[in-house]
Design a protein around this ligand. Structure first.
Ligand SMILES: Cc1cc2nc3c(=O)[nH]c(=O)nc-3n(C[C@H](O)[C@H](O)[C@H](O)COP(=O)(O)OP(=O)(O)OC[C@H]3O[C@@H](n4cnc5c(N)ncnc54)[C@H](O)[C@@H]3O)c2cc1C
Length: 412
C-alpha cells in the first residue's frame, strides 16, 4: 500500500498485546512523549501461565515507571530458588550473587500482575483497547503501517502508526502475518498445571520459596507459592510422559500429585482453583527479530522452556530495549537494530539456552548437586538464575557454553 490518503486512527506507535512486554514498551514510549496505543485481544484480568519472576525484571519495571504499581499488589516476595533431587536440596539465594543488582523479586498470579501493569500504563495516558484483535497489517516503504483491528462485535477499523511493537506473546501476530515463524530446535515438551489451595504449606522461607523438583532427567515439577495461600503446581516433560495416566484431567493430575513425594502430603485433598490444564509444544522461534517499521518482543520472538523462569524477564527486557531504540529512531536517529537489539537479545537468550540444554542432558543438575560446590561458581550461576545474563564480567555469562560443559566434566 503506498497511498498517503490515510483513513483511520493515527499513532506514533502501535503495540500489540498488553502482557508485560507490551506494557513495559508502551510505558517507556509514553514517558518519552510519544502517542502510543495498545490493542489487546482479551479482556483483563486474563489467565496466563508464567508466575515466577527473576530479579532482573525489576530493573525493567522500574525503568518503565511500573514498579511502584506492582508493589501495591502485595505479591509473594521471592528471594531465591530451590532445586530438589532425590531428597537433596540445592538452594540459590539471590543475595549471594556475582552481579550487583536486585536480590529479590515476586511470585505472581499473572492475571493480577499483568492487570496492574496494564492499568498503570493506562494511567500514564496509553489507551488499551481490550477485546480487540489485530488481524492484518500493511507496511509501507518508509516503515509506517496500517493495521486492521477487529472488535468483539466483528466490526473492523484501521490504525496508522509510524512504528509497531509486536508483543503478542503466544498470539505471534507478526511472525504469522509476515511468515517469520521458525520451529524451535528444542524437543516438544508439555506441561500440566493447576492452582491449589496450599493449607499445609511449610512455615517460613521453605514454604514460600519456589521449588523445582527433579522427578527424572527430563521431567520436573514447579511449586510456586503465592501470598494468597494458593500455590501453582505444574509438571513438565515429554508429552507421552505427561499423558501417561488415564482418566479426566482432574484424575490424571491427582495421580501426578500422588506420584511425587514432595507433593503428595502437602496437597492431599487440596481444593483446585480451576480444572488442571495442559499446554503442549510452547517452544517457538523466529527467523528475524525486527524489520523496517517493526520489532518483535517477548514471547512473540522465541520461547525456550519454563525451567528457569526466564519468560517475563526476557519479555520485559526486550520490551524495554526495543522501546528505547524506537524512541531514538522516532527522534530521527539511525538505529542499528541488528546489533543493538537482535544481537543483544540473542546473547541473553543463548545464555539461558545453554542452561536449559544442560538442564535436560543432566550436566547442570550435576553441577547444582555436586558435593564439591565452589562458592564463587555458585555466585556466578546464581546471577544467571537471577536473570543477569548480560553481565559480561561474569565468567559463566561470558563463556556460558564452555564453562558449563567444563564444570560438569570436572564435577562428574
Ligand atoms: C508452562 C509454562 C510455564 C512458564 N513459567 C514461567 C515462569 O515461571 N516465569 C516466567 O517468567 N515465565 C514463564 N513462562 C513464560 C511466560 O508465560 C511468557 O514468557 C510471558 O507471558 C511472556 O510475556 P509477553 O508479554 O511476551 O506475552 P503474554 O503475556 O502472553 O501477552 C501477550 C498478549 O498479547 C495478546 N494478543 C495475542 N494475539 C493478539 C492479537 N492478534 N491482537 C491483540 N492482542 C493479541 C494476548 O491476549 C496477550 O494478553 C512459562 C511458560 C510456560 C508455557
Amino acid at each position: 500500500m503506498n497511498t498517503t490518503q490515510l483513513t483511520g486512527e493515527h499513532r506514533d506507535v502501535l503495540v500489540i498485546g498488553a502482557g508485560p512486554s507490551g506494557t513495559v514498551a508502551a510505558s517507556i514510549l509514553k514517558n518519552a512523549g510519544y502517542n502510543v496505543k495498545i490493542v489487546e485481544k482479551q479482556l483483563f484480568p486474563r489467565f496466563v501461565i508464567g508466575e515466577s519472576l527473576l530479579p532482573r525484571c525489576m530493573d525493567n519495571l522500574e525503568y518503565a515507571g511500573l514498579l511502584k504499581a506492582v508493589e501495591q499488589g502485595g505479591f509473594q516476595q521471592k528471594f531465591g530458588a530451590k532445586f530438589v533431587k532425590n531428597g537433596e536440596t540445592c538452594d540459590f539465594d539471590f543475595s549471594e550473587q556475582y552481579t550487583k543488582g536486585w536480590n529479590w523479586t515476586w511470585q505472581v498470579p499473572r492475571a493480577q500482575f499483568d492487570h496492574l501493569l496494564a492499568k498503570e500504563t493506562e494511567k500514564k495516558g496509553v489507551p488499551v483497547a481490550y477485546e480487540e484483535e489485530v488481524v492484518g497489517v500493511d507496511f509501507r516503504n518508509d516503515g509506517s503501517s496500517t493495521t486492521t483491528v477487529r472488535k468483539k462485535d466483528g466490526t473492523e477499523y484501521t490504525i496508522n502508526a509510524r512504528f509497531m511493537i509486536d508483543a503478542s506473546g503466544y498470539g505471534r501476530v507478526l511472525p504469522r502475518l509476515l511468515d517469520l515463524d521458525k520451529p524451535s530446535n528444542f524437543p516438544v515438551r508439555a506441561s500440566f498445571f493447576c492452582h491449589l489451595q496450599d493449607n499445609q504449606r511449610p512455615q517460613g522461607i521453605d514454604g514460600n520459596r519456589i521449588t523445582i523438583v527433579i522427578y527424572s532427567q527430563d521431567v520436573w515439577i514447579w511449586i510456586i507459592p503465592f501470598s494468597s495461600g494458593i500455590t501453582s503446581v505444574g509438571v513438565v516433560g515429554a508429552p507421552e510422559t505427561i499423558n501417561r495416566f488415564e482418566g479426566s484431567p482432574e484424575e490424571q493430575y491427582q495421580q501426578w500429585l500422588n506420584d511425587v513425594p514432595e507433593l503428595k502430603d502437602r496437597f492431599a485433598g487440596s481444593e483446585r482453583q480451576f480444572e488442571p490444564r495442559k499446554i503442549t509444544g510452547y517452544s517457538a522461534s523466529v527467523k528475524q527479530l525486527w524489520g523496517r517499521g517493526f520489532v518483535l518482543t517477548g514471547n512473540s520472538t522465541e520461547f525456550l522452556d519454563p525451567v528457569f523462569s526466564s519468560g517475563v524477564t526476557l519479555a520485559t527486557e526486550s520490551g524495554a530495549v526495543a522501546a528505547r531504540l524506537a524512541v531514538r529512531q522516532l527522534g530521527g536517529e539511525t538505529v542499528d537494530w541488528e546489533k543493538e537489539y537482535a544481537d543483544y537479545m540473542k546473547h541473553g537468550v543463548d545464555v539461558f539456552r545453554t542452561f536449559v540444554t544442560t538442564w535436560y542432558d543432566g550436566s547442570l543438575p550435576r553441577i547444582f548437586f555436586s558435593k564439591e560446590s565452589n562458592p564463587d561458581i555458585k555466585r556466578q550461576m546464581c546471577s544467571v538464575l537471577a536473570g543477569y545474563v548480560w553481565d559480561m564480567n561474569n565468567p559463566i555469562v561470558r563463556k556460558h557454553e564452555r564453562a558449563v560443559k567444563a564444570l560438569a566434566q570436572i564435577l562428574s
